[in-house]
Design a protein around this ligand. Structure first.
Ligand SMILES: Cc1ncc(COP(=O)(O)O)c(C=O)c1O
Length: 487
C-alpha cells in the first residue's frame, strides 16, 4: 500500500483553502451535533452561567461543563509548523477523541495516531484517508488487526516477536515500524515499562521480520508523556539512528522516523530547539533527503512524523464545576499527599483544610487526570457569592484579596468530587476565598488532555458536556471555515 506523506499545509494555504461563508453563528458541522459559538472562554462561561439558576433548574441543570476553544488547537498547529517544519504531526487520538477536535485536525491536514479499532473507526468516519493513520499500538488485538487490514490501514508499530507472527497471519502487507525503548525517566507518565524494544533486542526482531517476509519501514519511540527534559528527545533520536543502522544490517532500507509524543504546551519551543537539531545531526539531509545514500530507492527520502496528543489539546478546554455542597470545620482525617498540597500564602495560616468543598465533577470523571496523568489541578474562582468573578489573567485561585473584604480572604480548603467514595478528592489542600458558597462555580484551565476520554459515569453521574467556540480573535473565521470544510 502506498503511504503518501505531504507536508502539512501552511497558514497561507489554510487561508486560501477556506472560502468565506455567509452564515456565521452557531453553525453545526455535523448533523445533530452541537453548535459552535463565537467568543472567548470568558464570554462563553459567562453566557452559560447566565442561563443556569441553581435554585430552580431541573436535575443535571447545574452540571459541570467544558468550554472548548477550537482556535487554541489551530494556534497550536501553527506553532508546530513554525517550530518543527520537518515533522508531520499524527495527533494521538487517545488524548482527547472529541469529534470536533478530530475534525479540525483533519481539516488542517494532520495524520492520526490510533490505538484501537474504535479510534481508527472514529477517524475513518470523518472521511480521512487510511493512509493518514498510524496504528501506533505495539500490542494489538487480532480482530483489530483484521479490521485495520480490511480498512486499508497499512502502518503499525511492533516491539515483540509475537506481534510479528500476528501481523504475518492477519495483515502481512502492513508496513511495520519498530518501537524502541528510550529513557523515559524524565516524564510524568512513563511508558517504557510496557512498550519499546531495547536496542539490543532489535536485531533479533528484524531478523524474524525478514524471515517472515514482513516489510519493516522505520523506527518509532515515545519518551513518555509529559516529558520535561528535552535531552530525552535527542538521546532517543540518537538511539533511533542506531536502530536505522540495524535495519540496514538486516537488509532493510528504513525511510520513516516516528518521534512519538511527549510534547508539552509550556516547553514546546525548548523541546523543538533540541529535537529539530538532533534530527538534523543524526539524520542529515545529505544522507536522508530523496536520493540520499541512506534512503536509496525510497523516492520520498526520510519521512518524519510525531504523535503529539497533550500538546494540541491541553489549553483548548476549560472546565467549570459547581460547588454542590460545603462542610465547614473539615474532617481531621483528610490525608495530606505531597504534591497535592499548596504552601500557605501566609505562614500564620494553618496548613490543614478548614472547609471541604464538594463539586459536581471529580476523580471518577474529568478529574481522572489527577490519578492517571499525575497532574495537580488549579481551581480558580468563577463566581463568588453568586457573582461572576473570573479573571483569566490571575493565577489560581483567581481572585485579588482585599483586607476590607472578608469574602476575598483565603482559607485552607479541600475540594472533593460528587461520588460517595473518599478517594474522590480533587485537591487535599488549596487556598480558596472564604466567600465561596454552595451554588458558586469554580473553573479549571488546561483540561483538554487525558480528561474526558477516561471519564466514567460512576454513581450514575453524567460526564461533563462540551460547549464549543472558535474564540474571538482574528482567526475565529478561519477556524469556523476549517470546521465546515469537506474532508
Ligand atoms: C503510542 C503513543 N503515542 C502518542 C501518545 C501521546 O502522548 P502525549 O500526549 O504525551 O503527546 C501516547 C500517550 O500515551 C502514546 O502511548
Amino acid at each position: 500500500m502506498n503511504f503518501p506523506f505531504t507536508a502539512p499545509p501552511s497558514p497561507e494555504q489554510i487561508r486560501a483553502d477556506t472560502p468565506p461563508l455567509d452564515e456565521y453563528d452557531s453553525i453545526k458541522p455535523f448533523d445533530g451535533h452541537k453548535p459552535i459559538f463565537n467568543g472567548s472562554f470568558d464570554h462563553q462561561l459567562k453566557t452559560v452561567l447566565a442561563g443556569i439558576d441553581v435554585d430552580e433548574c431541573e436535575a443535571n441543570g447545574e452540571n459541570a461543563f467544558f468550554v472548548a476553544n477550537l482556535a487554541e488547537i489551530y494556534h497550536q498547529h501553527l506553532r508546530w509548523l513554525r517550530n518543527l517544519p520537518r515533522v508531520v504531526p499524527f495527533y494521538a487520538v487517545k488524548c482527547n477523541p472529541d469529534p470536533y477536535v478530530l475534525r479540525l485536525l483533519a481539516a488542517m491536514g494532520t495524520g492520526f495516531d490510533c490505538a484501537s479499532n474504535g479510534e481508527i473507526q472514529a477517524v475513518l468516519n470523518l472521511g480521512v484517508s487510511p493512509s493518514r493513520i498510524i496504528y501506533a499500538n505495539p500490542c494489538k488485538a487480532s480482530s483489530f488487526v483484521r479490521h485495520a487490514a480490511a480498512n486499508n490501514v497499512g502502518l503499525t508499530t511492533f516491539d515483540n516477536i509475537d506481534e510479528l507472527y500476528k501481523m504475518k497471519k492477519f495483515h502481512p502487507t502492513c508496513k511495520l515500524v519498530v518501537r524502541i525503548l528510550t529513557d523515559d525517566s524524565k516524564s510524568a507518565c512513563q511508558l517504557g515499562l510496557k512498550f519499546g524494544a531495547p536496542l539490543e533486542v532489535v536485531p533479533r526482531l528484524l531478523e524474524k521480520a525478514r524471515e517472515l517476509e514482513l516489510d519493516v519501514v522505520g523506527v518509532s519511540f515515545h519518551v513518555g508523556s509529559g516529558c520535561y527534559d528535552p535531552g530525552a528527545f535527542s538521546d532517543a533520536v540518537n538511539r533511533a539512528r542506531r536502530a536505522f543502522q540495524m535495519g540496514k544490517d538486516a537488509g532493510y532500507t528504513f525511510d520513516l522516523l516516528d518521534v512519538g509524543g511527549g510534547f508539552g504546551h509550556d516547553n514546546f519551543e525548548t523541546v523543538a530547539n533540541v529535537l529539530g537539531p538532533a534530527i538534523d545531526e543524526f539524520f542529515p539531509d545529505a544522507d536522508f533527503a530523496p536520493g540520499g545514500r541512506e534512503v536509496q530507492g525510497k523516492p520520498n527520502g526520510l519521512r518524519i512524523i510525531a504523535e503529539p496528543g497533550r500538546y494540541y489539546v491541553h489549553s483548548a478546554f476549560v472546565l467549570a464545576s459547581n460547588i454542590i455542597a460545603r462542610r465547614d470545620g473539615a474532617k481531621d482525617s483528610v490525608e495530606e499527599k505531597g504534591d497535592n498540597i499548596e504552601s500557605p500564602p501566609d505562614a500564620s495560616v494553618p496548613a490543614k483544610p478548614e472547609v471541604m468543598l464538594y463539586q459536581n465533577d471529580g476523580l471518577y470523571s474529568s478529574f481522572n487526570c489527577v490519578i492517571f496523568d499525575h497532574v495537580t489541578v488549579h481551581p480558580k474562582v468563577l463566581t463568588i457569592n453568586h457573582k461572576y468573578a473570573y479573571k483569566p489573567e490571575l493565577a489560581s485561585p483567581g481572585i485579588k484579596t482585599c483586607s476590607e473584604d472578608e469574602d476575598s480572604q483565603l482559607q485552607p480548603c479541600s475540594i472533593w468530587g460528587p461520588t460517595c467514595d473518599s478517594i474522590d478528592c480533587v485537591r487535599d489542600l488549596v487556598y480558596m476565598p472564604k466567600g465561596l458558597k454552595v451554588g458558586d462555580w469554580l473553573v479549571y484551565e488546561g483540561m483538554g488532555a487525558y480528561t474526558i476520554c477516561a471519564a466514567s459515569q460512576f454513581n450514575g453521574l453524567r460526564r461533563s458536556e462540551v460547549r464549543y467556540t472558535v474564540g474571538d480573535g482574528d482567526d475565529a473565521f478561519i477556524v469556523r471555515q476549517l470546521m465546515m470544510k469537506t474532508l
